[in-house]
Design a protein around this ligand. Structure first.
Ligand code: ADP
Length: 275
């Protein structure tokens, strides 16, 4: 890390210059430390699924040495576990790559007219298999037909991350509601769950990279703590805002607000290009 410039005795321009320089060095150091922390956290997260894959393949190899006859059956569960871990690794790596590109400033988004009611339907269909597996009912409440300028793929990814969380952190038998309303000339998307909730002291941190309320529990379920950091970036890249409210034991609500172009689909669309 950088040494600070010694401050001169005088209280003139040179003194102020030295102070400014030291402030800049401080910022540089902090950025450097954030980067170091990111690399350290990322490496740690990558090690977990790789270690799992290695031990699963060790088990498979041992089985093949000890019991040749029933190899096929014994392999099936091991192979399916390896597959799960490899998928987890793959999505972790794409999340890390995306955030690294965001840091580089290399992430201009293609803009198009996105119909949010259709987007909600797409998200609902995508989320259905996980919801059924976990016995969660997904409901939708759409009170308006809103079009926003945005990147459909990224907006779907953003909603999927929120809905995946809502399903993951809700007990079987619970409900997840996808809501679309128009409030104060903004499109308002809400993901409401009846799940475990988030204690107040954790709420301000959940959008930080790698932050997890319960690291021990989440790492078994294949969560990386990157989902909400990506959600936040996507919302900000659309000039929107996001907030979370939660009542531990009764559920959480995530609200995304996006600037809109049109609320009536029959009106002509303004240009979707960003200036
Ligand atoms: P993860 O991959 O761990 O889910 P996220 O960045 O998506 O990472 O979320 C960060 C943390 O916020 C989670 O580990 C979890 O503790 C908490 N969290 C996120 N969404 C919810 C929710 N709907 N209900 C309860 N806790 C949640």
């Amino acid at each position: 890390l950088h040494h600070r410039v010694p401050l001169p005795e005088t209280h003139d321009e040179v003194h102020r210059l030295a102070l400014t320089l030291n402030e800049m060095l401080e910022e540089l150091d902090q950025a450097f430390m954030r980067q170091q922390r990111f690399v350290a956290d990322a490496s740690h997260e990558l090690r977990t699924p790789v270690a799992a894959i290695r031990s699963l393949t060790d088990v498979a190899l041992l089985k093949s040495l000890t019991n040749e006859k029933q190899i096929a059956e014994k392999y099936i569960s091991t192979l399916s576990n390896i597959n799960t871990e490899a998928q987890r690794l793959g999505s972790l790596i794409s999340d890390l790559l995306l955030l690294a590109r965001v840091d580089e400033g290399e992430t201009a988004l293609q803009q198009e007219a996105v119909h949010l009611d259709m987007l909600i339907n797409a998200v609902l269909i995508n989320a259905q298999p996980l919801a059924m597996e976990r016995n969660i009912t997904i409901k939708k409440q759409i009170t308006t037909s809103v079009i926003v300028p945005g990147n459909e793929g990224r907006l779907i990814q953003m909603m999927m991350n929120l809905v995946d969380n809502a399903i993951k952190y809700t007990h079987p038998g619970g409900y997840v509601t996808l809501q679309l309303t128009e409030e104060a000339h903004e499109a308002c998307l809400r993901v409401i769950d009846t799940g475990i909730g988030i204690p107040a002291e954790h709420l301000p941190h959940i959008f930080e990279r790698f932050y997890r309320v319960d690291p021990a529990h989440s790492s078994q379920g294949g969560s990386s703590g990157l989902g909400l950091a990506i959600v936040k970036w996507i919302v900000y890249a659309h000039d929107g805002s996001i907030s979370a409210e939660s009542e531990p034991g009764s559920g959480s609500t995530f609200t995304v607000r996006l600037p809109m172009t049109e609320s009536r689909p029959d009106s002509p669309l303004p240009s979707m290009e960003k200036p």
